[in-house]
Design a protein around this ligand. Structure first.
Ligand SMILES: [Zn+2]
Length: 339
């Protein structure tokens, strides 16, 4: 489970811009919301889409900053309502992905190793602690932050980490305490990423490392699939980063890029599934949404494999022409001289 900010949203206290738009005060595709990262005004509508994972129909609007390229969910659900969008089916999917991926933890440990191999390590949104357990409490003194008390207890038991239960911004860690902070598939869920990034900058020792992983909104798949791209996760993902907007946000907290790369992953089948769901719906066939469907039948699996081998292979051949990999893996270092 990820940590979501219980406080105000970026738009809190602002007039409802959609209502103002309907009154004709602003143009149809121009948002008066300043960019929550760089403060630039003039964000424009980028796309609209529903929560395809749950098969819901309410449309959400994403807007994009013309300066730093950050994309965000305009008028997001209130924090008190967000539990309606984090269903049991969603948590099941996330925890299955975390528990069944020792290779993934091996990759991340290897990515961190050139910069830090021991010291104090904090994992933001540590879930049930499988990454912390993998890192081990011999070379590392382990810490986590987790919203779910149940997951936090599991993390403490398995990894011997100290886990703060609650919001990242409420965690009481001392300044310049950590050698490394990790944040995997969490930053995009947070209401106040700029404040969280500032906190990361405070908590890191000078020379400390921040390793963050987010979906890439400028990836080939995001461009090819549009509102069908599974990485949108509307409305659970409140912010959508490009390499440029992630770097800008980190630099605003006194962090400097050490390494930033994009990688492809194999979840493209989910985006395809969303496309097919709409195709079937258009001819009157309702299929259970991804959240509630079991293992696909044999004919369906065979059809999907055929699509992967034909259409997808073609798409991925031209992918470098339209964008990069769909995950951003970035490592930043806190400047030695920063306050
Ligand atoms: Zn911006």
């Amino acid at each position: 489970m990820i940590a979501v900010r219980g406080g105000s949203s970026p738009a809190a206290g602002e007039p409802n811009w959609i209502a103002r738009r309907e009154e004709g005060a602003v143009s149809a595709n121009l948002s008066p919301e300043p960019c929550p990262s760089c403060g630039q005004i003039g964000a424009r509508e980028w796309l609209r889409g529903p929560d395809r994972f749950h098969g819901r129909h309410e449309k959400y609007t994403l807007v994009r900053c013309p300066a730093c390229s950050l994309v965000w969910l305009s008028g997001p659900p209130k924090p008190a309502e967000m539990h309606l969008h984090y269903t049991g089916a969603y948590h099941k999917l996330i925890s299955a992905a975390g528990e069944n991926s020792p290779v993934r933890w091996e990759d991340r440990k290897a990515a961190l190793a050139p910069y830090k191999q021991a010291g104090t390590l904090l994992d933001l949104g540590c879930s049930s602690g499988s990454f912390l357990e993998f890192m081990g409490n011999k070379p590392w003194k382990l810490y986590g932050i987790e919203m779910s008390a149940e997951s936090a207890r599991a993390a403490e038991e398995r990894s011997k980490a100290q886990v703060f239960v609650g919001d990242i911004l409420d965690a009481p860690f001392a300044r310049e305490f950590f050698d490394a902070i990790t944040c995997f598939d969490v930053l995009e869920h947070l209401y106040e990423p700029r404040r969280v990034m500032a906190r990361v900058g405070e908590w890191l020792k000078p020379g400390g490392i921040f390793y963050v992983l987010v979906p890439n909104v400028d990836s080939a798949e995001a461009h090819v699939f549009g509102s069908y791209w599974h990485g949108l996760e509307l409305p659970r993902h409140l912010f959508h980063y490009s390499p440029a907007s992630l770097k800008f946000l980190a630099e605003s907290a006194g962090l400097r890029e050490v390494s930033l790369e994009t990688r492809r992953n194999s979840a493209v089948g989910t985006s395809l599934r969303y496309v097919w769901d709409d195709v079937f719906r258009s001819v009157g066939i309702q299929r259970p949404p991804v959240a509630y469907c079991g293992e696909a039948s044999l004919p369906w699996r065979a059809a999907r494999k055929l699509v992967r081998l034909t259409v997808l292979r073609g798409l991925l051949t031209v992918a470098p022409l339209v964008g990069e990999g769909e995950s951003i893996h970035a490592i930043f270092r806190k400047e030695e001289t920063s306050a």
